[in-house]
Design a binder for this molecule. Structure first.
Ligand SMILES: [Fe+2]
Ligand SMILES: [Zn+2]
Length: 446
């Protein structure tokens, strides 16, 4: 969002502090305080739009078809599940033109009567929420945010400040559960402590949030040194920084790593990096590498046999995956299962490797990374789309082994729970993007 827009938005909000009480939409009787009020409305039939001027003299235009499509009456919209009932293509003429457009005296409600006598009543808050950016605003808009989520980026300094919560508290207190999910959303990781060292604990936490994600490796995975390893994970070798399972079309969003036993001698520490923070550095310091890594697909592949039988998985995605507006969605760094860069010519391959080196060197930079050696009873839960993890190598001795239990939860599941809890606890919904590419308000982290 541009600075100017942000300033304009803030002053706008201040200038509309006058709160009024009115009815929201048809068929409801709840009293609603309106934050935004209209000063004036004007029809522009030639442009097929209604122009709304707000109390602070800023204005927005609303195409007729857009207003009709967003009717909130019980015939057109099913409020209980926020679903559209109107079948716009079937039911509405593309050139529909209101018979009458009226603003309530207090400027809190817009009423539109359509030629078939259908009435659409929209309150000012809703209209503001549904405002559309102008062509000029969109051109000016610089996507300053690195991601569509509101996040706090971090480097090695987080080592002494990892958000941590007790297992029992997450399970038994919705406020703590909310904070657990919120810190996972914002920082990309949370350390869960004081877990009983027993089977079924990872699942217990997942059941609280929603449910575990099944993969070719089962519901939960025992990560210890295996005699016949089908992954480097099951050896005692060093594991370089990576994101898990990039070869899945729907890559699991959250990973849980529960420590049941830790090697008492040296090694076995987990390395952790905020890849979004590093991507932001790369974008500034080596924009060409950033461009290549966000636009070139990498093919990932793996095959083998696990408890559910044989698997053969393949998927392709850019190492730095962006949304349509150029904001980061995922970092898919996985050296082990990377096959090749797709569609890169022989002439450009050297350049592609240079970009790959440029990012990877920054990921490994001590200022960006920290080590944490999990103690038995600790579980690190992290955003598999954002936080890369690795492991220091270790040597198995008579003194003891190392055993972790790993599992996944999809972001859809966790994000839904976060939103449900946020609403229940009066914190509001999880951050969402609106039609202006603005990320709507998100609660602050306590
Ligand atoms: Fe991993
Ligand atoms: Zn309607």
């Amino acid at each position: 969002m541009s600075g100017m827009w942000r300033a304009g938005y803030a002053s706008f909000r201040f200038s509309t502090q006058l709160l009024r009480c009115h009815y929201r939409g048809l068929g409801t009787s709840s009293c609603h305080l309106s934050k935004f009020l209209m000063r004036n409305i004007e029809e522009s039939p030639a442009k097929k739009m209604v122009n709304v001027t707000w109390q602070d003299n800023t204005s927005n235009v609303y195409p007729y078809i857009y207003l009709r499509d967003n009717c909130q009456c019980p015939e057109c919209f099913f409020k209980d599940s926020s679903q559209r009932l109107v079948d716009v293509v079937r039911d509405v003429d593309i050139n529909v033109k209101p018979a009458k457009v009226e603003m309530s005296k207090d400027g809190a409600m817009l009423s539109i009567t359509w030629p078939d006598s259908h009435v659409t009543m929209l309150d000012a808050d809703f209209l503001f929420e549904k405002r559309l950016p102008s062509e000029a605003e969109l051109k000016d808009r610089v996507c300053a945010d690195v991601t569509t989520r509101k996040v706090t980026l971090w480097g090695s300094e987080l080592k002494d400040d990892i958000p941590r919560m007790k297992f029992h508290d997450i399970l038994n207190d919705e406020v703590v559960e909310f904070e657990f999910l919120n810190s996972l959303y914002r920082y990309g990781l949370t350390l869960v402590t004081d877990m009983p060292i027993q089977d079924g604990q990872v699942e217990k936490l997942a059941d609280r949030v929603g449910y575990l994600r099944m993969t070719a490796y089962g519901k939960t995975i025992v990560v210890s040194t295996r005699l016949k390893a089908n992954s480097v994970a099951y050896t005692s070798y060093t594991l370089p920084l990576h994101s898990d399972l990039p070869y899945y079309e729907a890559k699991p969003g959250i990973q849980l790593l529960f420590c049941k036993e830790q090697i008492p001698t040296e090694g076995g520490d987990n390395s952790l990096v905020d890849s979004f923070h590093v991507a932001q550095q790369l974008k500034k310091e080596d924009p060409h590498a950033y461009e290549l890594l966000t636009t070139t697909h990498i093919l990932f592949r793996t095959s083998g046999t696990d408890i559910l039988g044989e698997y053969d998985l393949e998927g392709a995605r850019p190492l730095l995956e962006l949304d349509h507006h150029g904001r980061l969605l995922r970092c898919n760094h996985n050296e082990g299962t990377r096959q090749c860069f797709l569609g890169v010519s022989a002439e450009k391959t050297q350049e592609m490797y240079e970009a790959y080196y440029s990012l990877t060197k920054r990921l490994k930079d001590p200022k960006n990374m920290f080590l944490h050696k999990l103690s038995p009873g600790e579980m690190i839960v992290f955003d598999n789309d954002r936080v890369l993890h690795g492991r220091m190598g270790y040597t198995l001795t008579e003194e003891g082994g190392r055993c972790l239990e790993s599992a996944y939860i999809d972001w859809d599941v966790a994000r839904s729970r976060l939103s449900v809890l946020g609403k229940k606890l009066g914190k509001g919904p999880v951050a969402r993007m609106d039609s202006t590419l603005n990320i709507t308000d998100q609660w602050s982290v306590s």
